[in-house]
Write a protein that binds this ligand. Structure first.
Ligand code: GTP
Ligand code: MG
Length: 201
């Protein structure tokens, strides 16, 4: 593993685009439904237990949470979408902030979409992929909690998701992931390397 990921540390939480940090050249954002496993994915790929806060209660991450890898590179934990118990006006406000961020943040160089494999790609996720494609952002889909399915079922879900995007106009890579079993970490590291100007060590 590139030591860069191991060194990740919390930088700041930003409620909106205006308060995001200056001087960052490369960042990759982690999006997905509430409770899908975004924060756990960040912890797994940085080999840290509690860098990003995880929770059994969905909807906890309410800001753009920045983790810096070095002076010019960050991972960004985005608020989860689609949690019904978050009041509609709060959800809509977030959606606007999120779109604003995705559209205007010039250092943003890719999107990791974290999807609970048991739900597969739901409508919100498909909308997110479409939006990323529209913005010319490369996407990595981590089908996480793969440990919750049998091997066959997990592979079948992976293959049908890959088939769905075979002819997509945007660059989209889909892999199985599990924070519990530490599965799928290497392909994600490789993808991140390629999207954050990291040369192999
Ligand atoms: N079995 C299993 N559980 C997982 C995995 N990843 C996450 N979880 C569990 O799923 C729950 C939600 O994980 P989080 O990482 O907090 O999810 P999140 O997407 O960051 O959630 P919000 O920030 O609330 O949107 C927690 O109870 C995690 O322990 C995994 O790979 N396998
Ligand atoms: Mg979270």
């Amino acid at each position: 593993m590139n030591p860069l990921y191991h060194r990740a540390e919390f930088l700041l939480s930003a409620p909106n685009l205006k308060t995001t940090p200056d001087g960052i050249e490369f960042e990759v954002a982690f999006a997905g439904r509430s409770n899908a496993g975004k924060s756990s994915t960040i912890n797994t790929l940085t080999h840290q237990k509690s860098l990003a806060r995880t929770s059994k209660t969905p909807g906890r991450t309410q800001q753009l949470v920045y983790f810096k890898l070095d002076e010019t590179r960050c991972l960004v934990d985005l608020p989860g979408y689609g949690y019904a118990k978050v009041p509609l006006n709060v959800q809509l406000k977030w959606q606007k902030e999120l779109e604003h961020y995705l559209e205007k943040r010039t250092s943003l160089n890719g999107l990791v979409l974290v999807v609970d494999i048991r739900r597969s790609l739901a409508e919100y996720d498909l909308q997110m992929i479409e939006y990323a494609a529209h913005l010319n952002l490369d996407v990595f889909v981590a089908l996480t909690k793969a440990d919750k399915l049998s091997r066959n079922a997990a592979k079948n879900t992976l293959f049908s998701a890959q088939k769905l995007f075979k002819n997509a106009s945007t660059s989209i890579q889909i892999e199985l992931f599990s924070s519990l079993k530490k599965e799928g970490v290497e392909p994600l590291h490789n993808w991140l390397d390629a999207h954050m100007g990291v040369t192999k060590v």
